[in-house]
Design a binder for this molecule. Structure first.
Ligand code: FEO
Length: 393
C-alpha cells in the first residue's frame, strides 16, 4: 500500500462512482474514504475506517500489508462514511480498542451498536504512544458534527483531520497534484456542510495554528503536502469579507419570473457586478452552495404557487437558511396571478440569515414597464450597497 512516510500507510478506498452523499449533496467528482495505518515500534493504529460499501477494499489493503494485529482504531468522527466499518474491523481484529472522545463513543454506541468495553476514551490534548510515534488528539468540534476531532502525529508532523479540510475528489493520486481543482472540491465540501459553523471553525484553526504541520491527511480527497494551501483557503472562506458578487437563484413556470431575472441580471452585469445565475429546476445545489460562500447578495426569484413561493424555490431557501452564508443582502423577486404571501414566507424561511432584506419586486402576471423600473432600482440599490462596502471580487 502507498506510504505517506515510512510506516505510515494509506489503506482507504476510492469511490469513483458515488454521485450523491446523504441523498442530498451531489458529488460530481466522486469521493474517497481515507483510512491510514501507522506502525509504531510497539503499537499499531488504524486511523478511521471506510464507508461500509468499501469495507472489502480496506480489509484487502490491510491483508496486503500483512497486518495481523491492530491495537487501536482511532475514530475521529462518528459519521458512518468513516466509522461504518469499525464493527467488521473489530471482528477481524478482536483485540483492538476503539480510541475516541466520550461524545464520539456515545454516538458510535448509538449508530453502530458497538459495546462499551471496546472503547478507550481520550481527552482533548491527550497523547497516545505507539512506541517511536506519538498521537496527540485535538478536539475540533463542529466540523461538522459536535464530536469531531483530529490527530497530530508528533514525530512526523502530520495532521489527520478527518472531514476538516477534506475534499470530495476521487483520485488515484495520494497527494494533491492539482491544487486548483482540489481547493474547488474542498470549497464545495466546506459550503455544503461546514459553512454554518464558521465561528467554531475559526476557533479550531486558531487551536491548530501553534502546531508545526508538514502534511494534512484528511479523510476525503488527496493529502496536502503543502498545508498552507487549504488552511489559507479556509481562512478566506470563514472570514467576514464578502465579494462583489450576486447570486440569482430562480425558478419560473410561465416565463414571468424568468424575464424579471434576465432583466435584473443584465442590469447588474452592466454595473460591473459579478452575477452567478442558477435555474433551480435541475441546478447542482453544490454549485449554488459554493457560490454563497463569498457572495455579498443573494436574490431569489419565484412565481407564486398556492399563495406561497414555488416549492422548488422554497426548498432552496430552506437550504440557504440552513447553510447560513455570510451574505449581507437578500432580495426576492417574482410573479403572482391574483394574490400571495410569498415575501412573508421567504422571510420566515430565511430567518437564520443576518442579512438586510431589500425591497421585493413582484409582478402581477407578465412584468410591465413599472416592474422593470423597480428591477432597475433594485439593481442600483445592490450596486450602491456593494460600493459603500468597497467590495472587490
Ligand atoms: Fe465524511 Fe461527516 O463524514
Amino acid at each position: 500500500m502507498r506510504p505517506l512516510k515510512p510506516n505510515i500507510f494509506y489503506v482507504g478506498a476510492v469511490d469513483w462512482d458515488r454521485r450523491m452523499f446523504d441523498e442530498l449533496i451531489p458529488l460530481p467528482d466522486g469521493t474517497t474514504y481515507n483510512a491510514y495505518l501507522i506502525k509504531g515500534s510497539n503499537k499499531v493504529a488504524l486511523l478511521d475506517t471506510v464507508d461500509p460499501s468499501k469495507v472489502d477494499t480496506l480489509m484487502g489493503n490491510l491483508v496486503s500489508l500483512g497486518v495481523d494485529h491492530i491495537d487501536y482504531i482511532i475514530s475521529h468522527h462518528a459519521e458512518q462514511d468513516h466509522s461504518g466499518s469499525i464493527p467488521d474491523l473489530l471482528v477481524l481484529y478482536p483485540q483492538a480498542k476503539v480510541v475516541t472522545n466520550p461524545k464520539c463513543r456515545d454516538m458510535l454506541m448509538d449508530l453502530l451498536h458497538i459495546e462499551p468495553d471496546k472503547f478507550e476514551t481520550i481527552e482533548d490534548g491527550q497523547t497516545l504512544s505507539l512506541g517511536d510515534k506519538t498521537l496527540k488528539f485535538i478536539y475540533t468540534p463542529w466540523v461538522h458534527w459536535p464530536e469531531t476531532m483530529c490527530s497530530y502525529l508528533v514525530e512526523d508532523r502530520i495532521l489527520f483531520s478527518c472531514d476538516f479540510f477534506g475534499s470530495h475528489l476521487a483520485t488515484s493520486n495520494l497527494f494533491v497534484d492539482d491544487e486548483e481543482r482540489t481547493v474547488e472540491d474542498a470549497k464545495r465540501y466546506y459550503a455544503e456542510i461546514m459553512m454554518p459553523f464558521r465561528s467554531q471553525i475559526q476557533k479550531n484553526l486558531d487551536k491548530l495554528a501553534p502546531l508545526a504541520i508538514d502534511m494534512i491527511a484528511p479523510s476525503h480527497g488527496p493529502v496536502y503536502p503543502r498545508p498552507a494551501l487549504i488552511v489559507e483557503a479556509y481562512r478566506d472562506w470563514i472570514g467576514d469579507r464578502v465579494k462583489n458578487e450576486v447570486v440569482v437563484a430562480y425558478v419560473s413556470m410561465h416565463d414571468s419570473t424568468r424575464l424579471m431575472v434576465e432583466h435584473l441580471v443584465h442590469e447588474l452585469t452592466d454595473k460591473g457586478l459579478k452575477v452567478i445565475q442558477f435555474n433551480l429546476a435541475g441546478a447542482d445545489i453544490g454549485k449554488l452552495a459554493i457560490s454563497m460562500v463569498d457572495a455579498a447578495t443573494i436574490v431569489i426569484g419565484a412565481p407564486t404557487v398556492l399563495v406561497g413561493p414555488h416549492p422548488v424555490a422554497a426548498n432552496a431557501a430552506v437550504l440557504v437558511n440552513a447553510l447560513r452564508p455570510k451574505t449581507r443582502f437578500v432580495g426576492v423577486i417574482g410573479s403572482y396571478g391574483w394574490a400571495g404571501k410569498m415575501v412573508d414566507q421567504f422571510k420566515t424561511l430565511l430567518g437564520n440569515l443576518k442579512a438586510e432584506f431589500l425591497e421585493p419586486v413582484l409582478a402581477k402576471g407578465l412584468p410591465r414597464d413599472e416592474d422593470y423600473h423597480k428591477l432597475d432600482a433594485l439593481a442600483e440599490r445592490i450596486h450602491q450597497s456593494h460600493q459603500q462596502m468597497k467590495l472587490t471580487q
